[in-house]
Design a protein around this ligand. Structure first.
Ligand code: ZN
Length: 100
């Protein structure tokens, strides 16, 4: 099998954590899936996708208990994010001017 993204043949079955979004939370579900070792693209079998959907439904119905293993955080100060965006825009603008 070849990776459709990078054409590498270095693909193997791996245990990974699949992220399922639930309200403001992310639930990590351990699954086995084919992964490209070169670009990290994951290849899901239909059966795996169906199992993940079923797990998500059962979590929503609280049939599967989950535990808190950490937090998801983001910067509190909005202007710092704007500064980052501005910097990125400036870099884009500069690289376009240099390319002309
Ligand atoms: Zn690949």
């Amino acid at each position: 099998m070849k990776c459709v993204i990078c054409k590498s043949e270095d693909i193997e079955l791996k245990k990974v954590d699949e992220e399922i979004k639930f309200e403001n939370d992310i639930i990590l579900v351990p699954i086995e899936v084919l992964v490209c070792n070169n670009c990290s693209e994951r290849y899901y079998e239909r059966k795996t996708i169906q199992q993940l959907e079923s797990i998500k439904e059962r979590i929503e119905k609280k049939e599967i208990p989950v535990e808190n293993i950490g937090k998801i955080l983001r910067p509190k100060v909005a202007y710092k994010l704007r500064q980052i965006v501005h910097t990125a825009a400036l870099v884009n603008q500069l690289s376009r001017e240099l390319a002309v």
